[in-house]
Ligand binder design. Structure first.
Ligand code: ATP
Length: 254
C-alpha cells in the first residue's frame, strides 16, 4: 500500500451458502479520487462494498483503509475510522423532519455517554448546538434549507439522495461508499447530484467509491472505473478506455 492508496482490497471472497458472490476481488483506490464500480446485475458489487464497510463477513482476503487492516471490524467501527457507506435504497427516516434526520447521523459526542451527559451537561449542549449549525450549513449547501421542517418521507427521490449525502457528511468522513446514488433520481437533480459529488471532492478532498449503472453519470464524475464480472474485478480505467476494451464490452457494455 503506497502513500496515496486510501483503500485496498486484496483477494476478497464472500460466499452465501453455495453462492460465491465475491470471488478473489482486488482493487486499490487513491486518496482524493472518485472511483466507480460497474458491472452486470449480480456481479458482486454491493457485496464487495458490504465487505469493505463491515456489513458482510469475508471468507478470505483483506481490506485495509488508511494503512490499517479493517477486515474484521463491525460497520460502526469502520464508520468511526472515516469510511462511511450509503445504501441502494434511500435510508432516511420518513416520519422525522429533514433536520431531525441530519441530527440522527452518528457522531462521537460527549452526550452519548450517560455519565458524561449527566456530569457535563454544558459541554453536551454546546456540542448539540455545534451539530445544529453544521446540519443547517450542510442543508444549505445542498439547497435543502427550505425543507428543514418537512417530513423526509415527503421529499422527492432526488431530494432524498441529497439528504442521504448531507447526512453522511455529518459524520465527517474521509471516504464515502455510495451504492447507486442515482436510483430514484430524475430531472435536474441528476446533474445536481453529480455536481455536488464533484464539488465535495474538489473542495474537501473527500474520496468516493460509487456503484452506479448510469454510465453517463460515471463518465462525468469518475476519475477511474473498476469493472466487476462474476465476483472479480476484471479491469479498471477511464470510461473512455473501458468502452474500447473488448472484454468489458462483451461482459457488460454490449
Ligand atoms: N444476503 C445474500 N444472501 C444470498 N445471496 C446473496 C446475498 N446478497 C447477494 N447475494 C447474491 O450474491 C450475488 C452478487 O450480488 P450483489 O448484490 O453483490 O451484486 P451486484 O453486482 O451489486 O448486483 P446489482 O447491480 O443487481 O445490484 C448475486 O448472485 C446475489 O443473488
Amino acid at each position: 500500500m503506497d502513500n496515496d492508496t486510501i483503500l485496498e482490497c486484496h483477494d476478497v471472497v464472500c460466499t452465501f451458502g453455495g453462492v460465491r458472490a465475491v470471488n478473489e476481488a482486488s482493487l486499490s483506490i487513491e486518496r482524493g479520487t472518485i472511483t466507480g464500480l460497474i458491472g452486470p446485475n449480480g456481479a458482486g458489487k454491493s457485496t464487495l462494498v458490504n465487505a469493505i464497510s463491515g456489513h458482510v463477513r469475508l471468507d478470505h482476503g483483506y481490506v485495509a483503509f488508511d494503512g490499517q487492516p479493517i477486515t474484521r471490524l463491525r460497520p460502526h467501527q469502520v464508520a468511526e475510522r472515516g469510511l462511511v457507506r450509503t445504501f441502494q435504497l434511500a435510508s432516511e427516516f420518513p416520519n422525522m423532519t429533514v433536520l431531525e434526520n441530519m441530527m440522527t447521523a452518528p457522531h462521537r459526542q460527549a452526550g452519548e455517554n450517560f455519565f458524561s451527559a449527566v456530569f457535563s451537561k454544558g459541554r453536551w449542549q454546546r456540542e448539540e448546538e455545534r451539530h445544529l449549525i453544521e446540519a443547517r450549513t450542510l442543508l444549505a449547501s445542498f439547497g435543502l434549507q427550505a425543507k428543514e421542517e418537512e417530513y423526509a418521507g415527503n421529499l422527492s427521490g432526488g431530494q432524498k439522495r441529497l439528504l442521504e449525502l448531507a447526512r453522511a457528511l455529518m459524520t465527517r468522513p474521509t471516504m464515502l461508499l455510495l451504492d447507486e446514488p442515482m436510483a430514484g433520481v430524475s430531472g435536474p437533480l441528476i446533474d445536481a447530484l453529480a455536481d455536488h459529488i464533484l464539488r465535495l471532492n474538489r473542495e474537501t478532498g473527500l474520496t468516493f467509491l460509487i456503484i452506479e449503472h448510469d454510465l453517463g453519470f460515471m463518465e462525468k464524475v469518475c476519475d477511474r472505473v473498476n469493472v466487476m464480472v462474476n465476483g472479480s474485478v476484471l479491469t479498471h480505467g477511464t470510461m473512455k478506455e473501458l468502452r474500447e476494451d473488448e472484454r468489458v464490452v462483451e461482459a457488460y457494455l454490449s
